[in-house]
Design a protein around this ligand. Structure first.
Ligand SMILES: [Zn+2]
Length: 218
């Protein structure tokens, strides 16, 4: 199976399934994060140099607890998502280097800030940003203990290539979610098209080096 780690969905499979927290889980996560930010703001207002007051230390513990709640919710989701894939698949192909690229593209640079920065970084900041690395570690472990494996491929052009005809163009992606090939007219969800390209890249790797783990070192 190919797996595209995304921003609008946590992940999309090459079969077109979207892996994302259920709406009620997502809103609970958001509430926990709002609570964390609120506690953090309260704490920073109380900050003074020198010995910390009893009140400050109490607030600091509240921040730590709020942090833990957010982390636990995220980890719970990552465990469920990685189990559902890790226990049903033999080989899963993902993109190497993708995590760093996406964080970078969301932030953009000083000279050219990323498109839809607020929206993207909002999602990145929530469950997604710190979730991908852990997710892949969990998934790799769950696959391997059953004799499967996680294969990483070069992320170059996976989101801009038409799965049907192979045409590569930025114009194939009119927006964040749609894929429409300007050459052959093939249409798909952008993330599903990417996941299919990722799967094909993984299969090409396996064909070139039978018996090799096929690791793309990120
Ligand atoms: Zn095409």
């Amino acid at each position: 199976m190919g797996l595209d780690l995304g921003v609008s969905s946590f992940a999309t499979t090459s079969d077109g399934f979207r892996i994302h927290p259920a709406p009620e889980i997502l809103s609970a996560m958001k509430r926990a994060e709002d609570r964390l930010r609120w506690e953090q703001r309260k704490l920073s207002r109380k900050y003074r140099k020198g010995p910390k007051s009893r009140n400050y230390r109490k607030k600091k513990i509240r921040v730590a607890r709020a942090h833990e709640r957010v982390a636990n919710m995220r980890l719970d989701f990552l465990h469920k998502a990685s189990t559902s894939i890790g226990e049903t698949q033999a080989v899963v192909v993902v993109e190497g280097l993708k995590i760093r690229n996406m964080t970078k593209s969301a932030r953009g640079t000083k000279e050219s800030p990323g498109r839809k920065v607020r929206q993207k970084s909002g999602l990145n900041r929530s469950i997604l940003s710190r979730g991908w690395g852990t997710f892949l570690a969990l998934l790799g472990y769950k696959l391997e203990r059953r004799g499967g494996r996680l294969v990483r491929v070069d992320p170059k052009n996976t989101s801009r290539t038409c799965f049907f005809c192979g045409h590569i163009a930025a114009e194939n992606r009119p927006d964040q979610t749609a894929f429409r090939c300007v050459s052959c007219g093939h249409e798909d969800h952008a993330d599903a098209n990417a996941a299919k390209n990722i799967l094909r890249a993984g299969q090409a790797r396996s064909a070139c080096s039978p018996g090799e783990p096929g690791e793309f070192v990120a």
